[in-house]
Design a protein around this ligand. Structure first.
Ligand SMILES: [Zn+2]
Length: 702
């Protein structure tokens, strides 16, 4: 179908095209300094902000943020796909494009192969669970958790044998090579002691949950460790003989397994029989397929294929955290449910889900909420709260459903049944109300210091909500609870918002960055988030060569870049520059990134914004030094803020214990121990806090 260009053809074509000649067919351009300007063809304007730069062969509009190279210009103005735009340009300048007919087929073939291998693995794991001796334990465990066989079959649950290479060897016998096994995520490549590369099974001794795409193809797996998994691996070799016609070379297999093990450590006799998974690594309760050509955790969500028709029917979706929760709910007749697999809801997830419903209910375990709101609970909420604007824009409603203390969704539905669960769902509350209540519940509102802390935290949260109507609603709700005047809270809220704009508040808490907004003009305003401003400044210095050759900025940790677009651009620049160095090539500044390097439209916009902005550095080296210092200060402030939260949390607990010791007849000795422990902990936090403050002071006065 689609044709594939030979390597380098796009660059070859670009050498034959001048961006000025092409664009001037559409826009009347005037020379301005070293560039050309004109009225933007992509948005209405009276004064020209559309700029063309012949040196880099890029264009950029300061008004609407449109920009890119000559190909993206043609794509946008003629509404063409990439390949069609390339052909269009080639025709225009009389360039003869060379195509590779078979390339696409090769690519499609390799994807097909990956799907096939996943399909094979799914069937293999499923077979083991239901038909082999090795699967009995797992099957008994699942039945012990009251999951019916029917449901297990609908989700095609399976079991992976507790062995280093059982699946890998099986797949190899079926003519899948090691690189395919690794690239689909079922195998892991490891350097063995013999200097030979070895591939071993990623999933060992786990209940296997196939993750499917919207049309039901298996794109990856989730694996849950079997709690009672303390068998040995002696009888695993028999399995393959029973699964269709495959037979294994047992001796060979054992040797492989032995070689892959980490250098032997003295293990007490009593532990020696414990399964291989224990050797040399921490066992995670859940593991998933890593990012592959087929699977991405930020794009795919577990259970949607099975649930989609029920989601449409009920017009809402429940989101739980784990596959066991999902399967238990499904088994008990609640089928409009998906699992996020431990990641926050991304914009891609929301896009995917919103094709079926606009109503989302997050189901929280009882211990994630409740009176003693944990930091973890707040953290999980923050991830959603940060995207509230996105959800709001798309008319998506998010509610939170909390279960009773110490119950996860699976326990709950099994113990109390469908009706009780649906009642909880009916009582779920809007995520904003929920967050407000959660914050309030952390504090003792009769205590004046606590009350101030509570209002501070609440207002910080409210200040991140972009709609002033919602902000006002929130204030109305919290004022009576805090016994404070609404007008006073509003005043305080304004103060926080102004302070934030003034570049003072960089706690990292509740930073609101609408990652999905197309409105790029905010980039041009001065109200851009101070953290982001700093990151953009840093990227600008890198792009313009100020950071060269010290690479002080380029060597900062990636975590310092907190936004989706800035961190991606930082990564891209790093890769580009270090690649050149590795190839012993000269680096030319400013770093030119063409449209084919970008996978992400937001990153391209950010780059263009930086590239086309004026640079006024009086001293390059000094600017770099300052930026690096600011990054470090911000990182320290963030740490300090976190410690402060830990302290207030521990102090709250301490207070409760002390009250208990006076009033209740609980075990006094245990309470005293707890108090000692907490006091110690608080002491240590304070020590750390002092150290951090010292460090910050030194940085500031350096
Ligand atoms: Zn424009």
């Amino acid at each position: 179908m689609a044709k594939i260009l030979k390597d380098g053809e796009v660059n070859e074509l670009k050498l034959n095209v001048d961006i000025y000649n092409i664009i001037s067919n559409y826009v009347s351009l005037k020379k301005s300094g070293s560039r050309y300007i004109g009225l933007c063809p992509f948005h209405k304007e009276k004064t020209p902000s559309f700029t063309v730069d012949t040196k880099t062969q890029l264009y950029h509009c300061f008004g609407c943020g449109a920009g890119g190279d000559v190909i993206s210009f043609i794509m946008n103005i003629e509404n063409l796909s990439f390949i069609d735009a390339v052909e269009f340009l080639a025709k225009k300048v009389g360039y003869n494009l060379k195509f590779l007919e078979s390339n696409k087929e090769i690519e499609e073939d390799s994807r097909k192969k990956l799907f096939e291998l996943n399909e094979l693995a799914k069937k293999y794991f499923n077979y083991i669970l239901f038909n082999s001796k090795n699967g009995i334990k797992a099957l008994n465990y699942l039945k012990g958790r009251k999951i019916s066989e029917d449901t297990l079959k609908i989700f095609e649950v399976g079991y992976s044998i507790d062995s280093w290479d059982n699946f890998t060897n099986f797949a190899k016998k079926r003519n899948y090579d090691e690189s395919t096994i690794v690239s689909v995520g079922l195998g892991i490549e490891k350097q063995a002691t013999t200097q030979v590369r070895k591939v071993y099974d990623r999933f060992r001794g786990r209940i296997m949950f196939p993750i499917k795409d919207l049309i039901g193809r298996t794109i990856g797996f989730g694996g849950r460790i079997l709690p009672s998994n303390v068998n040995n691996i002696n009888n695993i070799n028999k399995i393959n003989n029973n699964f269709s016609s495959i037979s294994e070379n047992n001796n060979n297999k054992k040797n492989n397994a032995a070689e892959i093990k980490k250098p032997q450590v003295k293990v007490p006799i009593s532990l020696q029989k414990i399964k291989t998974t224990n050797i040399g690594e921490n066992i995670a309760k859940y593991i998933n397929t890593p990012e592959t050509k087929l699977y991405s955790k930020s794009k795919n969500i577990y259970g949607l294929f099975e649930a989609k028709s029920y989601i449409v029917k009920e017009d809402y979706v429940l989101i739980v955290e784990g596959y066991m929760d999902l399967i238990a709910l499904y088994d008990n007749g609640i089928k409009n449910v998906v699992a996020s697999l431990g990641t926050a809801l991304t914009s891609d997830h929301v896009k995917l889900i919103s094709r079926f419903t606009k109503n989302i209910v997050l189901v929280f375990d009882g211990d994630e909420a409740g009176i003693n709101a944990s930091i973890k609970g707040i953290d999980r909420l923050r991830e959603y709260n940060e995207n509230l604007d996105l959800f709001h824009e798309n008319n998506i409603r998010i509610k939170v459903c909390t279960l009773d203390k110490n119950f996860d969704p699976a326990d709950f539905i099994i113990a109390k049944g469908k009706e009780a669960f649906l009642e909880k769902v009916n009582n779920s509350i809007d995520i904003i109300d929920y967050t407000l209540n959660l914050i309030l519940s952390k504090y003792n509102l009769n205590d004046i210091t606590d009350k101030l802390r509570a209002s501070d935290e609440l207002l910080k949260f409210i200040s991140t909500l972009s709609s002033s109507i919602i902000q006002e609603e929130c204030i109305k709700k919290i004022a009576p609870k805090l016994k404070l005047k609404e007008s006073m809270l509003i005043e305080e809220l304004l103060r926080i918002q102004i302070k934030r704009k003034d570049n003072k508040d960089n706690s990292g808490l509740y930073q609101n960055e609408n990652k999905f907004s197309d409105d790029y003009s905010k980039f041009l305003s001065k109200n851009i988030n101070p953290q982001k401003k700093l990151e953009i400044e840093a990227l600008s210095l890198v792009i313009n060569g100020a950071d060269y050759p010290e690479f002080g900025i380029l060597n900062l940790p990636l975590e310092y870049f907190k936004f989706n677009d800035t961190s991606k651009l930082f990564y891209l620049l790093k890769e580009k520059i270090f690649n050149q160095i590795n190839l012993n090539k000269n680096i030319n500044f400013p770093i030119i990134i063409s449209s084919d390097d970008f996978v992400d439209e937001d990153v391209r916009k950010l780059y263009n914004y930086i590239y086309f902005s004026d640079k006024n550095y009086s001293n390059y080296k000094e600017s770099c030094r300052e930026i690096i210092l600011n990054f470090k200060k911000l990182a320290l402030s963030e740490k300090i803020e976190k410690i402060k939260i830990f302290i207030s949390d521990a102090e709250q607990k301490l207070k409760e214990k002390k009250e208990k010791i006076l009033s209740s007849n609980e075990d006094k000795e245990k309470l005293n121990n707890d108090i000692n422990y907490l006091e110690n902990q608080i002491d240590n936090y304070y020590k750390e806090l002092i150290n951090l403050e010292k460090e910050k002071f030194q940085l500031e006065n350096f």
